[in-house]
Design a protein around this ligand. Sequence first.
Ligand SMILES: NC(=O)C1=CN([C@@H]2O[C@H](COP(=O)(O)OP(=O)(O)OC[C@H]3O[C@@H](n4cnc5c(N)ncnc54)[C@H](OP(=O)(O)O)[C@@H]3O)[C@@H](O)[C@H]2O)C=CC1
Ligand SMILES: Nc1c(N[C@@H]2O[C@H](COP(=O)(O)O)[C@@H](O)[C@H]2O)[nH]c(=O)[nH]c1=O
Ligand SMILES: [Zn+2]
Length: 368
Amino acid sequence: MQSHEYYIKRCLEIAKLGLGTTRPNPSVGCVIVANNIIIGEGFTSPYGGPHAEVNAINSVQDKSLLKLATLYVTLEPCSHHGKTPPCSDIIIKHEIPEVVIGCLDDNPEVNGKGIAKLKKAGCNVTIGILEEQCKTHHRRFFTFHNKKRPYIILKWAETSDGYLAPKQKKEQRPVWITNTISRQLVHKWRTEEHAILVGTNTVLEDNPSLTARDWKGSNPIKVVLDRELKLPKFVSIFKNPDDCITITDISNNSQKSDNSNQWTIHPPQDINDSKFNSNMVSFIDYSKEKTIAHQISETLYKYKIQSIIIEGGAKTLQTFIEENLWDEARIFKGPTLFDGGVKAPVISKKIKNQVLIKDDVLTIYSND
Ligand SMILES: NC(=O)C1=CN([C@@H]2O[C@H](COP(=O)(O)OP(=O)(O)OC[C@H]3O[C@@H](n4cnc5c(N)ncnc54)[C@H](OP(=O)(O)O)[C@@H]3O)[C@@H](O)[C@H]2O)C=CC1
Ligand SMILES: Nc1c(N[C@@H]2O[C@H](COP(=O)(O)O)[C@@H](O)[C@H]2O)[nH]c(=O)[nH]c1=O
Ligand SMILES: [Zn+2]
């Protein structure tokens, strides 16, 4: 007989399959076991579709087995009517006698209520199996709801001698430091996050696309800092204007923006998550030093952005590091030497993980 941990581990594995597709819902994983055999599995469908528990129950061929089964799930089953009926009701309806949960859902609409419902119906509930791993898996969802800001990932690539870019560049495109495998991994990461952010100089000097073109999945919403609204309309990030937010200085009033005929001003409160329909501009007060990262984060929260990967440049990354407003840093070190140029930021935290990707070293830091 396998342990509870074994099956929650499997839940976590399949929960990863939904990452980046389920927002604003968390990507939950669920496994149903009867007679020591997995008889059903499911993860959260794209927003609006069935939750993990329902997909797992639907995948069971012989439904009569549910009456003697254990349902394993990374997050407490929901108890409220959202786009779909409550999962706890469906579990009760199928008379599943035992439920094992990774971690509780802090969402005030759910918190403890799903469990209370199950227990009231006579279901045997176990909570907190691989709790930390489940919380880590659901970290974007928890950060958004508990800290009222997106989960923030810093990412950059530096040379062996610690530079992001060389002194001089001949073309308006990135000078690659990392190998193609590392770069493909970055595209996978881009599919997992809600948004991606870069600073003004990065757009001017690299003309990045910021898409996930080398991985299957959706592109993140692009966010760009443009204090003076000086970025030209023809740069790649504005090719598809439906998915771009520009953050500028409060002094750039709407008159200037209207004159440039480039922007449509939408205050964040008018926007809902799925309705990014043109280049949008948001304002922060750049004169308030040491609060810029916080102001950006507040703006993104208003747009309901759950997570963001910040891909440079040095000044932008440094802003978030100095304000200590980040959760995770993913730093590549490639074998190249630039012997001068744009210095990479420095992070002094404990290393969480380090892996070799051919000749690149990827180091992950966590800001706990
Ligand atoms: N190797 C890598 O992973 C990466 C390398 N790069 C390289 O880095 C270089 C660009 O880096 P960098 O020059 O640091 O530029 P950034 O891309 O960080 O852009 C900096 C600009 O953004 C605005 N800005 C950002 N933060 C603040 C702040 N706290 N206060 C005020 N303004 C802010 C300012 O615009 P304004 O001047 O209008 O006020 C500033 O000049 C490029 O050469 C690019 O190739 C870029 C990304 C990743
Ligand atoms: N040079 C460098 C990176 N540079 C980052 O990638 C951006 C380009 O994105 P895209 O145009 O979508 O390919 C660029 O502007 C900068 O933010 N990234 C890396 O993983 N490795 C590298 O060596
Ligand atoms: Zn549910």
